[in-house]
Write a protein that binds this ligand. Structure first.
Ligand code: R5P
Length: 265
């Protein structure tokens, strides 16, 4: 078993972060979710503190990853900026269910996506639903939903989403035979819950028997949980890549497996 190094963060009087970590080996695994700006800074400091070591960076949740394009002139490609900044002082990086795999190319070192779709599928199985329908709320989530559905050989379908604003989406009406079905909507991220709530309302209108939500990264901001409950979603579960009260699925074993596979090559 690898030893765990204690890391302490405090703040200078002006608010700047200070880091002190214990004695490091010649090989270090830094595990850090970029859930906010402080965590981004903490990660940079941790990498720098380990400058005498060969470092692998594991990013369970890569914040800023949804600004992966210049959607309008004058914008940064934030995912690229973060990836570039985190590439110094490390030899390789693992990211759990990255929003767009194309972002991996912005790291200056080998970068790999680790999917926890099998673990999410395991959770769907634990729900003990009879013949569930696994649904992706948009085209971007089709591969993830297919991998989840493959765990139990369940039916899988997807909706077509257009984003109108940060909190509002439009989901095109689609013929989905949800009547009487237990539906599990799966996505990489639930942020405001707008996407899933819109999908859930549509499914309710089509007579779904029950609607559940499962995702990798449960950001769950701006009243997301209430929004989902109001839309008729009976359960909301996420993984521990972004820790909160809905984190019932662990990403740990998928990360360990990915690292071990590479170590044995
Ligand atoms: C977008 O393409 C993502 O896969 C999620 O669907 C989106 O980030 C969810 O955001 P929200 O919960 O705010 O609708």
């Amino acid at each position: 078993m690898a030893p765990l190094v204690e890391t302490k963060f405090t703040r200078f009087p002006d608010g700047e972060l200070y880091l002190k970590c214990g004695e490091l080996d010649d090989e270090t695994l830094i595990v850090s979710s970029i859930v906010d700006n402080d965590m981004f800074m903490q990660t940079l400091l941790a990498i720098d503190a380990a400058d005498q070591s060969r470092n692998t960076l594991v990013i369970p949740y890569l914040g800023y990853s949804r600004q992966d394009k210049r959607f309008s002139p004058g914008e940064p490609i934030s995912a690229r900026a973060v990836a570039r900044a985190l590439s110094t002082g490390i030899e390789r990086v693992y990211v759990v269910n990255i929003h767009d795999p194309g972002v991996l190319g912005h790291f200056g070192v080998p970068a790999k996506n680790v999917t926890i779709a099998p673990a999410v599928g395991g959770y769907v199985g634990d729900l003990r639903l009879k013949n569930p329908l696994v649904l992706a709320p948009d085209e971007g989530a089709i591969d993830f939903a297919s991998d989840v559905a493959a765990v139990g050989g369940w039916d899988c379908d997807h909706l077509e989403k257009t984003r109108l604003s940060g909190e509002e989406v439009r989901i095109a009406p689609k013929t989905i035979d949800a009547a009487g079905r237990d539906v599990v909507i799966v996505d990489d991220i639930i942020s405001t819950g707008g996407t899933l709530a819109t999908a859930a309302c549509m499914l309710r209108e089509r007579g779904a028997a029950s609607i559940h939500a499962a995702c990798v990264h449960g950001v769950l901001t701006s009243g997301a949980y209430t929004r989902l409950r109001a839309a008729g979603v009976s359960s909301v579960v996420s993984s521990d890549t972004y820790e909160n009260a809905s984190s019932f699925i662990s990403a740990a074993s998928a990360i360990v497996t990915a690292i071990r596979e590479d170590a044995h090559r």
